[in-house]
Write a new protein. Sequence first.
Length: 111
Amino acid sequence: MNTKEQTIIKRLKGLADGTVEPIHYDEGICYEVDIICLKRGAVLQPLMTAHPDYSGNLKYPIPHPTMAARDAYMDAYNLWDIDTAYGRTRREWCKWLADRLEEKYILGDKQ
């Protein structure tokens, strides 16, 4: 696993547990990873579509309990608000993505 991958995993874990604050509360996970790696699509998109709760919309993959994923993303003042189900779901996705990346790169390094 290279330094960039480690940094992405660390950032995702920090966003998940709240030890890292998002750069912009109105931007999503891809933006947060874009800060580290401009190739985020190659890194995250295949994983996002594999998430069991994937919304079906690659641009807005995080589902909302009562709204279309795009509408929820556009309407939210703070996408990361832990006091909302949508914000908690986004943080849970960060943990899930970090775990999948660790599996991919740790298993990949050992093969």
